[in-house]
Ligand binder design. Structure first.
Ligand code: NDP
Length: 333
């Protein structure tokens, strides 16, 4: 089977030619307590950019010349572990490769009858829980709040906006990087207003989209978006900082929001969070959101690349905004 290795740590934008290699590796039979899995869907996620750097962060740096890690869903081909049999589907963390043999304790069984396999990586998976926990717990969303979310056509952002709508937001505003995505937000996902951040200053566009200001900002982007949200923030507002994707490939320190002093008079709260701290909400999240998905009240999109050889392009494409909803790689079965 083939697997992706990081061969050199990227500076700025990753270089497909210099920093990575797709290599052949033997497929090994599972030992006692292990499973051999053929991957069907690989997830590519923004945080993986951080793991390509040597800097210590919440997720360990990828090791050079070893297969990269990431969420994946696959089918068990052979099992030496109790409770797992051939044909079972599992969610696990040995992505970026076609086959993986690993300790079955790091596999979670998933049911393709209950929900499409891809949803365990997206709308009902980690990105979904990020949206749910970030909005409801970290930002302390309450009915009547006006909510602004950036990266709003992505996996996390599209779910944030729709959960806010379904929970009774007074106004839901989103920003995204193309006119097509903006249309999707208002016409399919039920946002009250949306704008393309590439069409003009975020501050001006946000002011027009949320003339009465915002109570919650769910930040996926950082930089100019965060500064604009601070300007639009109402008294006692809350900012949940989920990500700052506009800075992940930066080679220079990025400017802080220049208007942070407004935090005093407006008495708003800014809090960063990691989804890993909120898995206690998983059962509640799955119950509530899967019901909305089944009823069609919450819509989701997925963008799928095909084949292990296109995984790196899918990752880089996601960083450039080529995805609508969750970016995935489908491997031929
Ligand atoms: P998305 O599906 O949202 O894909 C990333 C999107 O980011 C792209 O589609 C692109 O959309 C947008 N983007 C890229 N560069 C910029 C830029 N310079 N300015 C504005 N938008 C940009 O990814 P996810 O839903 O998986 O992740 C969204 C955010 O949530 C990320 O910041 C990620 O790091 C964070 N995250 C944090 C977690 C946590 O535990 N804190 C867990 C999971 C995700 P566009 O076309 O609109 O530019």
């Amino acid at each position: 089977g083939r697997e992706w290795h990081l061969t050199e740590r990227p500076e700025g934008w990753p270089d497909p030619e210099k920093n990575f290699a797709l290599r052949e590796a033997p497929v090994t039979e599972p030992g006692e307590g292990e499973v051999l899995v053929k991957n069907l869907y690989l997830s590519v996620d923004p945080y993986m950019r951080g793991r390509m750097s040597a800097a210590k962060s919440y997720a360990e740096p990828y090791k050079l010349n070893k297969p990269m890690l990431g969420a994946a869903v696959g089918r068990v081909l052979a099992s030496g572990a109790e409770g797992f049999s051939e044909g079972d589907h599992v969610l696990h963390f040995f992505g970026w490769r076609e086959y993986a043999t690993f300790d079955a304790r790091s596999a979670v069984k998933v049911d393709p009858e209950a929900a499409p396999l891809t949803t365990y990586l997206g709308v009902l998976g980690m990105p979904g829980l990020t949206a749910y926990a970030g909005l409801l717990r970290v930002a302390g969303f309450k009915e009547g709040d006006a909510v602004f979310v950036s990266g709003a056509a992505g996996a996390v952002g599209s779910e944030v906006g729709q959960i806010a709508r379904l929970k009774g937001a007074s106004r839901v505003v989103g920003s995204a990087g193309s006119d097509e995505k903006v249309k999707l937000l208002t016409e399919e996902y039920g946002f009250d207003a949306a704008f393309n951040y590439k069409n003009g200053p975020v501050k001006d566009q946000l002011k027009e989209a949320a003339p009465d200001g915002i109570d919650v900002y769910f930040d996926n982007v950082g930089g100019e978006h965060l500064e604009a949200a601070i300007s639009a923030m109402n008294l006692h507002g809350r900012i949940a900082v989920c990500g700052m994707i506009s800075q992940y490939n930066a080679t220079e320190p990025t400017p802080a929001p220049r208007n942070l002093a407004q935090i005093i008079a407006k008495r708003f709260r800014v809090e960063g969070f990691l989804v890993g701290d909120h898995y206690d909400l998983q059962p509640q999240f799955v119950e509530e959101v899967s019901a909305w998905v089944r009823s069609g009240e919450l819509k989701y999109n997925e963008t799928k690349a095909e084949g292990i050889e296109n995984t790196l392009d899918a990752f880089l494409g996601m960083l450039r905004g080529e995805n609508t909803g969750k970016m995935l790689v489908a491997l031929p079965d």
